[in-house]
Unconditional design. Structure first.
Length: 94
């Protein structure tokens, strides 16, 4: 099993934050960056990147969009919405 260390998460976060400027990859990069930031408990950064992902949610692959909505709800403190969206993701992708 591959271990993910904090330095790797930090590098990922820095890379994903930079990639948000690239229009073709904006939604996916923002979503990955939001994930990395949430793993570091940097909810301010996670929220900002999740906001970007949601603004471009139509650019995300079909099954990724509900995950983006769930992560956005989670980092925004909307527990009920987070449970709803993330449960949908788990049911669709067991």
């Amino acid at each position: 099993m591959k271990r993910i260390t904090l330095p790797k998460i930090r590098r990922s976060l820095e890379t994903m934050s930079y990639r948000v400027d690239v229009p073709a990859d904006v939604a996916v990069a923002a979503l990955r960056g939001a994930q990395a930031a949430s793993w570091q408990n940097d909810m301010e950064q996670a929220g900002a990147l999740a906001d970007v992902a949601i603004r471009h949610v139509t650019l995300l692959p079909g099954r990724t969009a509900p995950f983006a909505r769930g992560l956005h709800a989670y980092v925004s403190g909307q527990a009920d919405s987070a449970v709803y969206w993330l449960t949908r993701v788990l049911k669709a992708n067991p």
